[in-house]
Design a protein around this ligand. Structure first.
Ligand code: GLU
Length: 497
């Protein structure tokens, strides 16, 4: 049997990180077994499905490199198959026309609630209470239609839905690859609607028909669908179709253990992309979230595809850990292609400043070293603060303290010395600075701090020779001159006496 998996998002919102992980598990499982991975856009909820959401899902998957093996299937385009299935089920007696109106169902619910409330009264005998609760349970429990065994329509033109005739007895068994064996009593399944009164198919029917017609062998999805599975199995059985293998993956929870929600931070893949996370890092992190293979922590999709198995999926909900995500991202920042990294940092910096050709060049030459200074693209962009700062630099407290008295006099001397430097590359500047120290009888403690303060304003920065090379000679001299000038002025801008 050739494995076929699918990711079946409803286009009612962004591509959620939980959805991305489901898609990952599906593609990896199919790759592992040389199978196919398909994408089905479940757009049957016309009111809530949007083109923007479809685009967000396609873009998100594309960015992550989760590429389906065939063009996406749109569920609404398959409505005829769904309708055919419902008709076939009527023919074979596993579905029926139900004439219950929304008002009937509402009345049933209200009756159930009324009986449940009545059962709370103090003065009731135990027997009376028990019979009220039984009535309430019948009305509030799984719906079994009065038309399930036939019966005349209330009027010749009465609207009807088509419902599954849920099994009367027995149990429904699910052998789930993650959750293990679970069985429920057939009475827990309702006569669910297959075709609405307007003739449109419901999700519950569409998903089964599509999975069958697309040849899906393994349904890997979130465990929020577990209950649905028990309602879908009777449809497979009604049609005599093989039931796919199911794997219900536990949800992703927030760091506090509560179900992941907006309050925990970004939920959509697009937001992570915006924040400058790398797709390789997101994939790696999401994969490790709820799936493990020995002590593997860092691996590519190709590596994972060689070893992926459903048995590696944990049963407990996975807790997202944003620090770990950043650390994983840091790993990829330090190992990814430098051109790609330069482009990302440039995009991040361009949110707040104009990127000059010089800065672009500096990024290109410095990132091999600078990439150690942040786990995320914004953090890296921030690490460039000493370069992107505009003149005259604002000195932090420490830098301001450094640039005083004789230190300042030394800075003036250093300035004139470096102005004479013939070459402006880190290696040569290192030698130039050593020469200056020797000639001017300065220790590193006397030369370094004023120079660093004037050039960086006290912001974190790497070795001073690198800082000098990256800033360029003109900028370095100008920054030093600024400080020599400013520090000889009073707060009111007049020359100090
Ligand atoms: N369309 C469903 C959803 O987005 C998934 C259905 C499925 O995977 O079977 O939650």
């Amino acid at each position: 049997m050739s494995v076929v998996t699918r990711f079946a998002p409803s286009p009612t919102g962004m591509l959620h990180i939980g959805g991305a992980r489901t898609a990952l598990f599906n593609i990896l499982f199919s790759r592992r077994h040389n199978g196919r991975f398909l994408l089905r856009i479940e757009d049957t909820d016309r009111a809530r499905s949007t083109k923007d959401a479809v685009d967000a899902i396609l873009d998100g998957l594309d960015w992550l490199g989760i590429t389906p093996d065939e063009a996406p299937v749109y569920q609404t385009s398959r409505a005829a198959d769904h309708i055919d299935c419902a008709r076939a089920m009527i023919e074979n007696g596993t579905a029926f026309k139900c004439y219950a109106t929304p008002e009937d169902l509402q009345a049933r619910r209200e009756r159930g609630e009324a009986n449940r409330n009545a059962a709370k009264a103090d003065e009731l005998s135990d027997d009376a209470r028990a019979s009220l609760l039984a009535l309430a349970a019948a009305d509030l429990g799984p719906y079994r239609s009065p038309w399930r065994d036939g019966g005349p329509p209330p009027a010749s033109d009465a609207p009807y839905t088509i419902r599954l005739r849920a099994p009367d007895t027995g149990s429904i068994l699910l052998k789930d690859e993650v959750q293990g064996e679970i069985s429920i009593d057939a009475s827990e399944v309702d006569d669910l609607i297959l075709l609405r009164a307007d003739g449109t198919p419901t999700y519950m029917l569409a998903v089964v028909v599509d999975d069958h017609n697309m040849g899906i062998t393994h349904v890997i999805r979130g465990d929020d669908h577990l209950r649905n599975t028990f309602r879908q199995i009777p449809i497979y059985q009604a049609m005599g179709w093989p039931i796919p293998t199911f794997a219900h993956v536990p949800m992703i929870h927030g760091p506090d253990g509560a179900k992941l929600s907006k309050r925990h931070g970004a939920l959509g893949i697009a937001a992570y992309r915006e924040m400058g996370y790398l797709p390789e890092a997101i994939n790696n992190y999401l994969l490790r979230l709820g799936w493990s293979h020995g002590d593997w922590e860092i691996f590519s999709l190709e590596d994972a595809a060689d070893v992926f198995s459903l048995s590696g999926i944990g049963r407990a909900p996975a807790r997202i850990d944003f620090d770990k995500l950043s650390a994983t991202n840091g790993h990829y920042i330090r190992t990814c292609d430098l051109e790609q990294l330069t482009a990302l940092v440039e995009i991040e910096l361009s949110k707040t400043l104009d990127i000059s050709p010089r800065l672009r060049e500096t990024l290109r030459t410095s990132l091999a070293i600078m990439r150690d200074r942040g786990d995320t693209i914004p953090a890296l962009a921030e690490a460039y603060g000493f370069i992107t700062a505009t003149r005259p630099l604002v000195m932090n407290k420490k830098a301001r303290k450094t640039l005083k008295g004789e230190t300042l006099d030394r800075l003036a001397i250093i300035r004139d010395e470096i102005a004479a430097a013939a070459q402006w590359r880190a290696e040569t500047l290192k030698i130039t600075l050593a020469d200056i120290m020797e000639r001017q009888e300065l220790t590193i403690g006397q030369l370094g701090p004023p120079l660093r303060a004037a050039l960086t304003g006290g912001l974190p920065a790497p070795d001073i020779d690198l800082v000098m090379e990256w800033l360029g000679k003109d900028e370095c001299l100008a920054r030093i001159d600024d400080q020599l000038k400013i520090t000889t002025l009073n707060d009111d801008g007049h020359e100090k006496q």
